[in-house]
Design a protein around this ligand. Structure first.
Ligand code: UTP
Length: 276
Protein backbone atom coordinates (compact mmCIF):
# COMPACT_ATOMS: atom_id res chain seq x y z
CA UNK A 1 0.00 0.00 0.00
CA UNK A 2 1.31 3.48 -0.85
CA UNK A 3 1.38 5.52 2.36
CA UNK A 4 3.76 8.36 1.47
CA UNK A 5 3.14 11.44 -0.60
CA UNK A 6 5.80 14.01 -1.45
CA UNK A 7 4.93 17.67 -1.94
CA UNK A 8 7.71 19.64 -3.66
CA UNK A 9 6.92 23.14 -2.44
CA UNK A 10 10.20 25.00 -2.56
CA UNK A 11 9.69 26.97 -5.79
CA UNK A 12 9.79 30.76 -5.73
CA UNK A 13 6.34 31.27 -7.27
CA UNK A 14 7.60 34.26 -9.24
CA UNK A 15 4.41 34.45 -11.31
CA UNK A 16 2.61 35.62 -8.18
CA UNK A 17 5.00 38.35 -7.11
CA UNK A 18 4.65 40.48 -5.08
CA UNK A 19 2.17 38.18 -3.24
CA UNK A 20 4.82 35.47 -2.91
CA UNK A 21 7.59 37.74 -1.69
CA UNK A 22 7.02 36.81 1.94
CA UNK A 23 4.29 34.19 1.60
CA UNK A 24 4.56 30.74 0.03
CA UNK A 25 2.54 30.22 -3.15
CA UNK A 26 1.24 26.99 -1.58
CA UNK A 27 -0.70 28.82 1.14
CA UNK A 28 -2.44 31.23 -1.21
CA UNK A 29 -6.13 30.44 -0.75
CA UNK A 30 -8.65 29.27 -3.31
CA UNK A 31 -11.64 30.96 -1.66
CA UNK A 32 -10.86 30.09 1.99
CA UNK A 33 -8.53 27.09 1.78
CA UNK A 34 -4.80 27.13 1.03
CA UNK A 35 -3.79 25.38 -2.19
CA UNK A 36 -1.67 22.82 -0.38
CA UNK A 37 -4.58 21.78 1.85
CA UNK A 38 -6.53 20.68 -1.24
CA UNK A 39 -3.50 18.60 -2.21
CA UNK A 40 -3.13 16.95 1.21
CA UNK A 41 -6.86 16.14 1.23
CA UNK A 42 -6.40 14.43 -2.13
CA UNK A 43 -3.41 12.44 -0.82
CA UNK A 44 -5.30 11.28 2.27
CA UNK A 45 -8.29 10.27 0.14
CA UNK A 46 -5.86 8.01 -1.77
CA UNK A 47 -4.71 6.37 1.48
CA UNK A 48 -1.50 8.40 1.78
CA UNK A 49 -1.30 9.59 5.36
CA UNK A 50 2.43 10.18 5.49
CA UNK A 51 2.93 13.66 4.06
CA UNK A 52 6.48 14.69 3.18
CA UNK A 53 6.96 18.32 2.22
CA UNK A 54 10.03 19.81 0.55
CA UNK A 55 10.15 23.44 1.61
CA UNK A 56 12.60 26.28 1.25
CA UNK A 57 13.43 29.63 2.78
CA UNK A 58 10.36 31.71 3.59
CA UNK A 59 8.03 28.71 3.64
CA UNK A 60 7.41 28.33 7.37
CA UNK A 61 3.72 29.16 6.94
CA UNK A 62 3.25 25.71 5.40
CA UNK A 63 4.39 23.88 8.54
CA UNK A 64 2.40 26.28 10.72
CA UNK A 65 -0.73 25.57 8.70
CA UNK A 66 -0.48 21.85 9.45
CA UNK A 67 -0.10 22.45 13.18
CA UNK A 68 -2.44 23.42 15.98
CA UNK A 69 -2.84 27.10 16.77
CA UNK A 70 -3.77 26.96 20.46
CA UNK A 71 -4.61 30.63 20.90
CA UNK A 72 -6.88 30.67 17.88
CA UNK A 73 -8.54 27.37 18.81
CA UNK A 74 -9.20 28.66 22.32
CA UNK A 75 -10.59 31.93 20.95
CA UNK A 76 -13.18 30.36 18.65
CA UNK A 77 -13.95 27.29 20.76
CA UNK A 78 -17.72 26.88 21.18
CA UNK A 79 -18.57 29.43 18.46
CA UNK A 80 -20.00 28.75 15.00
CA UNK A 81 -16.57 29.55 13.52
CA UNK A 82 -15.17 26.33 14.96
CA UNK A 83 -16.62 24.43 11.99
CA UNK A 84 -14.24 26.31 9.72
CA UNK A 85 -11.32 24.41 11.24
CA UNK A 86 -12.95 20.98 10.89
CA UNK A 87 -11.18 20.13 7.62
CA UNK A 88 -7.68 21.06 8.73
CA UNK A 89 -8.14 19.38 12.13
CA UNK A 90 -9.10 16.18 10.34
CA UNK A 91 -5.87 16.28 8.34
CA UNK A 92 -3.76 17.01 11.41
CA UNK A 93 -5.36 14.08 13.24
CA UNK A 94 -5.03 11.58 10.40
CA UNK A 95 -1.72 12.48 8.75
CA UNK A 96 1.90 12.59 9.86
CA UNK A 97 3.83 15.55 8.40
CA UNK A 98 7.55 15.72 7.83
CA UNK A 99 9.66 18.43 6.24
CA UNK A 100 13.00 18.93 4.63
CA UNK A 101 14.48 21.99 2.98
CA UNK A 102 15.76 22.36 -0.53
CA UNK A 103 18.70 24.69 -0.07
CA UNK A 104 19.13 25.70 -3.71
CA UNK A 105 16.19 25.71 -6.13
CA UNK A 106 17.68 23.52 -8.82
CA UNK A 107 14.42 22.27 -10.31
CA UNK A 108 11.59 19.83 -9.67
CA UNK A 109 13.82 16.78 -10.16
CA UNK A 110 16.23 18.17 -7.58
CA UNK A 111 13.34 18.88 -5.19
CA UNK A 112 12.15 15.28 -5.51
CA UNK A 113 15.69 14.01 -4.91
CA UNK A 114 15.85 16.24 -1.82
CA UNK A 115 12.75 14.39 -0.57
CA UNK A 116 14.56 11.04 -0.66
CA UNK A 117 15.51 11.41 3.00
CA UNK A 118 11.81 11.55 3.95
CA UNK A 119 10.55 8.92 1.49
CA UNK A 120 13.21 6.20 1.72
CA UNK A 121 13.53 3.24 -0.65
CA UNK A 122 10.92 0.77 0.57
CA UNK A 123 7.78 1.60 -1.37
CA UNK A 124 6.40 3.57 -4.25
CA UNK A 125 5.18 7.05 -3.33
CA UNK A 126 2.88 9.76 -4.65
CA UNK A 127 4.01 13.22 -5.73
CA UNK A 128 1.58 16.14 -5.74
CA UNK A 129 2.39 19.60 -7.05
CA UNK A 130 -0.08 21.63 -5.03
CA UNK A 131 -0.30 24.35 -7.65
CA UNK A 132 -2.09 21.90 -9.96
CA UNK A 133 -5.47 21.71 -8.27
CA UNK A 134 -7.23 18.56 -9.47
CA UNK A 135 -10.84 17.53 -9.10
CA UNK A 136 -11.26 13.85 -9.88
CA UNK A 137 -14.49 12.34 -11.12
CA UNK A 138 -15.75 10.26 -9.34
CA UNK A 139 -12.61 9.48 -7.31
CA UNK A 140 -9.85 12.00 -6.49
CA UNK A 141 -7.10 11.88 -9.12
CA UNK A 142 -4.41 10.37 -6.87
CA UNK A 143 -6.84 7.62 -5.84
CA UNK A 144 -7.45 6.82 -9.52
CA UNK A 145 -3.67 6.60 -9.98
CA UNK A 146 -3.17 4.32 -6.97
CA UNK A 147 -5.78 1.93 -8.40
CA UNK A 148 -3.81 1.85 -11.64
CA UNK A 149 -0.49 1.39 -9.84
CA UNK A 150 -1.91 -1.60 -7.98
CA UNK A 151 -2.56 -3.28 -11.35
CA UNK A 152 0.77 -2.46 -13.03
CA UNK A 153 3.49 -1.71 -10.43
CA UNK A 154 5.06 0.90 -12.73
CA UNK A 155 5.65 4.65 -12.42
CA UNK A 156 2.42 6.47 -13.29
CA UNK A 157 2.29 10.03 -14.53
CA UNK A 158 -0.95 11.96 -14.89
CA UNK A 159 -1.51 13.55 -18.28
CA UNK A 160 -4.00 15.89 -19.89
CA UNK A 161 -4.68 16.83 -23.50
CA UNK A 162 -3.73 20.46 -24.07
CA UNK A 163 -3.98 22.66 -27.16
CA UNK A 164 -0.88 22.24 -29.35
CA UNK A 165 0.03 25.92 -28.88
CA UNK A 166 0.40 25.29 -25.13
CA UNK A 167 2.68 22.24 -25.18
CA UNK A 168 5.75 24.45 -24.69
CA UNK A 169 4.71 24.88 -21.03
CA UNK A 170 4.73 21.15 -20.21
CA UNK A 171 6.56 17.86 -20.32
CA UNK A 172 5.03 16.01 -23.27
CA UNK A 173 4.87 12.26 -23.91
CA UNK A 174 5.40 10.01 -26.90
CA UNK A 175 3.26 6.98 -26.04
CA UNK A 176 1.15 4.05 -27.14
CA UNK A 177 -2.55 4.09 -26.28
CA UNK A 178 -3.45 0.96 -24.27
CA UNK A 179 -7.11 1.97 -23.81
CA UNK A 180 -9.10 3.24 -20.81
CA UNK A 181 -6.94 6.36 -20.56
CA UNK A 182 -3.72 4.37 -20.03
CA UNK A 183 -0.63 4.90 -22.23
CA UNK A 184 2.70 3.12 -22.34
CA UNK A 185 5.31 5.86 -22.46
CA UNK A 186 8.15 5.47 -24.98
CA UNK A 187 9.78 8.84 -24.37
CA UNK A 188 9.08 12.33 -23.11
CA UNK A 189 10.40 15.82 -23.70
CA UNK A 190 10.38 18.85 -21.43
CA UNK A 191 8.72 22.00 -22.78
CA UNK A 192 9.03 21.29 -26.53
CA UNK A 193 8.17 23.76 -29.27
CA UNK A 194 4.84 22.78 -30.91
CA UNK A 195 6.62 21.55 -34.06
CA UNK A 196 8.91 19.25 -32.03
CA UNK A 197 6.23 17.89 -29.69
CA UNK A 198 5.51 14.16 -30.03
CA UNK A 199 1.86 14.69 -28.96
CA UNK A 200 -0.38 17.10 -27.12
CA UNK A 201 -0.47 14.84 -24.05
CA UNK A 202 0.99 17.00 -21.29
CA UNK A 203 2.32 15.85 -17.93
CA UNK A 204 0.59 17.51 -14.99
CA UNK A 205 1.48 17.64 -11.31
CA UNK A 206 0.57 14.14 -10.15
CA UNK A 207 2.97 11.19 -10.15
CA UNK A 208 3.40 7.80 -8.57
CA UNK A 209 7.09 6.97 -8.55
CA UNK A 210 9.07 3.91 -7.57
CA UNK A 211 12.14 4.51 -5.36
CA UNK A 212 14.40 3.64 -8.31
CA UNK A 213 13.75 7.22 -9.45
CA UNK A 214 16.21 8.53 -6.83
CA UNK A 215 19.19 6.69 -8.33
CA UNK A 216 18.12 7.70 -11.83
CA UNK A 217 17.83 11.34 -10.73
CA UNK A 218 21.32 11.22 -9.23
CA UNK A 219 22.67 10.14 -12.64
CA UNK A 220 20.66 12.69 -14.62
CA UNK A 221 22.49 15.85 -15.73
CA UNK A 222 20.79 19.26 -15.52
CA UNK A 223 18.41 19.75 -18.45
CA UNK A 224 16.21 22.56 -19.74
CA UNK A 225 16.87 25.84 -17.95
CA UNK A 226 19.92 24.32 -16.21
CA UNK A 227 17.51 22.56 -13.80
CA UNK A 228 17.38 18.89 -12.84
CA UNK A 229 14.20 17.82 -14.62
CA UNK A 230 11.99 14.98 -13.40
CA UNK A 231 10.95 14.54 -17.04
CA UNK A 232 14.55 13.66 -18.03
CA UNK A 233 14.81 11.04 -15.27
CA UNK A 234 11.43 9.56 -16.18
CA UNK A 235 12.51 9.52 -19.82
CA UNK A 236 15.34 7.16 -18.84
CA UNK A 237 12.89 4.90 -17.03
CA UNK A 238 10.42 5.08 -19.93
CA UNK A 239 13.20 3.77 -22.21
CA UNK A 240 13.20 0.67 -19.99
CA UNK A 241 9.39 0.30 -20.26
CA UNK A 242 8.79 1.34 -16.65
CA UNK A 243 6.46 4.33 -17.09
CA UNK A 244 2.74 4.53 -17.77
CA UNK A 245 0.75 7.69 -18.36
CA UNK A 246 -2.84 8.08 -17.26
CA UNK A 247 -5.41 10.47 -18.69
CA UNK A 248 -7.34 10.99 -15.47
CA UNK A 249 -11.08 11.56 -15.18
CA UNK A 250 -11.78 15.02 -13.88
CA UNK A 251 -10.53 18.55 -14.28
CA UNK A 252 -7.40 20.49 -13.39
CA UNK A 253 -6.71 24.12 -12.62
CA UNK A 254 -3.18 25.40 -13.21
CA UNK A 255 -3.03 27.51 -10.07
CA UNK A 256 0.64 28.24 -10.72
CA UNK A 257 -0.61 30.75 -13.30
CA UNK A 258 -2.70 33.79 -12.46
CA UNK A 259 -5.39 32.84 -14.99
CA UNK A 260 -5.75 29.27 -13.65
CA UNK A 261 -5.79 30.57 -10.09
CA UNK A 262 -8.64 32.97 -10.87
CA UNK A 263 -10.57 30.25 -12.74
CA UNK A 264 -10.23 27.92 -9.74
CA UNK A 265 -11.34 30.69 -7.40
CA UNK A 266 -14.45 31.37 -9.49
CA UNK A 267 -15.22 27.66 -9.77
CA UNK A 268 -14.98 27.03 -6.02
CA UNK A 269 -16.82 30.22 -5.16
CA UNK A 270 -19.73 29.08 -7.37
CA UNK A 271 -19.58 25.63 -5.84
CA UNK A 272 -19.50 26.83 -2.24
CA UNK A 273 -21.66 29.92 -2.40
CA UNK A 274 -23.66 29.40 -5.57
CA UNK A 275 -22.00 32.53 -7.00
CA UNK A 276 -24.11 34.73 -4.73
P1 UTP B 1 7.15 25.78 -11.05
O1 UTP B 1 7.72 25.50 -12.37
O2 UTP B 1 5.69 26.10 -10.97
O3 UTP B 1 8.02 26.91 -10.39
O4 UTP B 1 7.46 24.50 -10.15
P2 UTP B 1 7.73 27.91 -9.20
O5 UTP B 1 9.05 28.45 -8.78
O6 UTP B 1 6.94 27.24 -8.11
O7 UTP B 1 6.81 29.04 -9.82
P3 UTP B 1 7.15 30.25 -10.86
O8 UTP B 1 7.28 29.59 -12.21
O9 UTP B 1 8.40 30.94 -10.40
O10 UTP B 1 5.94 31.13 -10.75
C1 UTP B 1 6.64 23.36 -10.16
C2 UTP B 1 6.63 22.73 -8.77
O11 UTP B 1 7.93 22.32 -8.40
C3 UTP B 1 8.33 22.91 -7.17
C4 UTP B 1 7.46 24.15 -7.03
O12 UTP B 1 7.30 24.48 -5.66
C5 UTP B 1 6.16 23.69 -7.69
O13 UTP B 1 5.35 22.94 -6.79
N1 UTP B 1 9.78 23.24 -7.26
C6 UTP B 1 10.30 23.76 -8.39
C7 UTP B 1 10.58 22.99 -6.16
O14 UTP B 1 10.12 22.50 -5.09
N2 UTP B 1 11.92 23.27 -6.26
C8 UTP B 1 12.47 23.80 -7.39
O15 UTP B 1 13.71 24.02 -7.42
C9 UTP B 1 11.63 24.05 -8.48
Amino acid sequence: MIRKCLFPAAGYGTRFLPATKAMPKEVLPIVDKPLIQYGVEEALAAGMDNIAIVTGRGKRAIADHFDISYELEHQISGTSKEDKLGGIRHLIEHCVFSYTRQIEMKGLGHAILTGETLIGHEDAFGVILADDLCLGEPDPVMKQMVDLYNQHNACIIAIEEVPMEEVYKYGVIDAQDMGNGVYKVNAMVEKPAAEDAPSNLAIIGRYILTPEIFDVLRDTPPGKGGELQITDALNTMAGEGKVLAYKFNGKRFDCGSVEGFVNATNYFFDKLYGGS
